[in-house]
Design a protein around this ligand. Structure first.
Ligand SMILES: *Cc1c(COP(=O)(O)O)cnc(C)c1O
Length: 429
């Protein structure tokens, strides 16, 4: 098995892009080695430029819920493309996708389409500030919300309440508008709201934190957020860019029976094309321009190809039993790894929800970012490369979750679980 073509493409890419990539995690920094360049995808598989074919658990980081190149999605995109790809004027397809979502989602009355998850979050934050007339935002350590200035922030050290940026190029004054709290800690939250609620526009959370491991929260913590937001007159934003249409059509909001004020979407909503969206009640969405005074716009927003891909994807997931089947398949897969690891008493905990899973090299269940031992990532590094040799592709970082798609069959998953188990045996030998 060789990677010659990927290696030469990466060498060229390094002369063209910073680090050779257009999004940092693709560069294999945390696992080492050369990124594989993908030539094509079909169903649960991807094939690289050296003609190696892998069972794919990265799933483009989440969007490919139906697997790659699903015939209905490709047909919808092709049919639409023949009639032109962008007009900067309204199209019927925008109505269709929005209607499909709104009529099947109890927490959304109106939507606005944008072109990425980051853009959705950025706009939702602006909306929350516009509605409340307040500036500060609470976010949680271990949640990722895209590369929005005021959210690329970690907790200040010591007694500092306000955040410090995690990227150069973000003015400290922007970072200071964000307060970072630990997940799963009602006392820290109550304390913060008690002191600063007058200045706080919104709390933003990934209700299923899945960008820094899978830090599943309790239903009671998420419900506590709702209660406290009502008590202190603060808006609650669920960032469902990953969890939306993944753990069920109505995402984490329905799963935990918590009604957020604003929800952001991305990833699956575009069926593999660049789409994001944010939605809320009619009353809140009326603050958005041109109805209201919160400005937000996009040349390619509601792009016809992207709408067509979204419509065909979401129609399929609305079919009876879609999510149940996917979750059962994933649970069986995860259970095979869990059973093996517990029989051998390894320090491994496989966390999962719906069709998302994360192999944590830890004995205990992890619920907050600071419980992850960075040293455990060396295990992942080995796992990743040995999996690659065995034609299984995971996202190239131990902090990233894996995704099972509708295209993964039970026998492929059973086979993958036994390969994963034997590699884990090697690691702990
Ligand atoms: C992926 C992700 C984003 C960012 O979306 P992009 O399309 O990469 O800009 C924001 N929030 C969450 C929860 C995500 O998983």
């Amino acid at each position: 098995m060789d990677f010659k073509n990927s290696e030469s493409l990466f060498a060229k890419a390094k002369t063209l892009f910073p680090g050779g990539v257009n999004s940092p995690v693709r560069a294999f920094i945390s696992v080492g080695g050369t990124p594989i360049f993908i030539k094509k995808g079909q169903g649960a598989y991807i094939t690289d430029e050296d003609e190696n074919t892998y069972l794919d658990f990265c799933s483009s980081w989440g969007p490919m819920l139906l697997g790659h190149a699903h015939p209905s999605v490709i047909e919808a995109i092709s049919k639409t493309a023949i009639n032109g790809t962008s007009f900067g004027a309204p199209t019927r397809l925008e109505n269709e996708l929005a209607d499909l979502i709104i009529s099947n989602h109890q927490y959304i009355e109106k939507l606005r389409f944008v072109s990425s998850g980051t853009e959705a979050v950025m706009s939702a934050i602006r909306l929350a500030r516009g509605i409340t007339g307040k500036n500060k935002i609470i976010k949680f350590d271990g949640c990722y919300h895209g590369h929005v200035d005021s959210l690329m922030v970690k907790a200040g050290s010591g007694l500092a309440t306000f955040g410090v940026s995690t990227s150069a190029g973000i003015p400290p004054s922007f970072a200071a508008e964000t307060i970072v709290l630990p997940l799963n800690d009602p006392f820290a939250l109550e304390d913060c709201l008690h002191n600063y609620a007058e200045q706080i526009a919104a709390i933003i959370i990934e209700p299923i934190p899945a960008n820094n491991g899978l830090l599943l929260q309790t239903k009671s913590f998420l419900q506590y957020l709702r209660t406290k937001c009502d008590e202190y007159n603060v808006l609650l934003i669920f960032d469902e860019v990953i969890s939306g249409f993944r753990v069920g059509f109505e995402g984490a909001a329905a799963l935990y029976s918590v009604s957020p004020d604003i929800i952001t979407f991305g990833k699956i909503i575009g069926g593999g094309l660049p789409v994001g969206a944010y939605g809320a009640s009619e009353k809140y969405m009326s603050h958005i321009s041109p109805e209201g005074n919160v400005y937000q716009a996009g040349t390619l927003s509601g792009n016809p190809l992207a709408m067509a891909a979204g419509i065909s994807t979401l129609k399929l997931v609305l079919e009876d039993g879609f999510y149940e089947k996917l979750a059962t398949k994933t649970q069986d897969f995860v259970q095979k790894i869990t059973d093996h690891c517990s029989s051998k008493d390894y320090d491994i905990h496989v966390q999962s929800i719906g069709s998302i899973f994360w192999i944590a090299f830890s004995k205990e269940k992890i619920m907050a970012a600071d419980q992850i031992d960075p040293a455990s990532m060396n295990h992942f590094k080995k796992l990743f490369h040995r999996l690659l040799e065995n034609k299984i592709y995971f996202g190239p970082s131990g902090y990233e979750v894996g995704f099972v798609s509708a295209a993964h069959t039970e026998s492929e998953l059973t086979n993958a679980a036994s390969i994963i188990n034997s590699i884990i045996d090697e690691i702990f030998k």
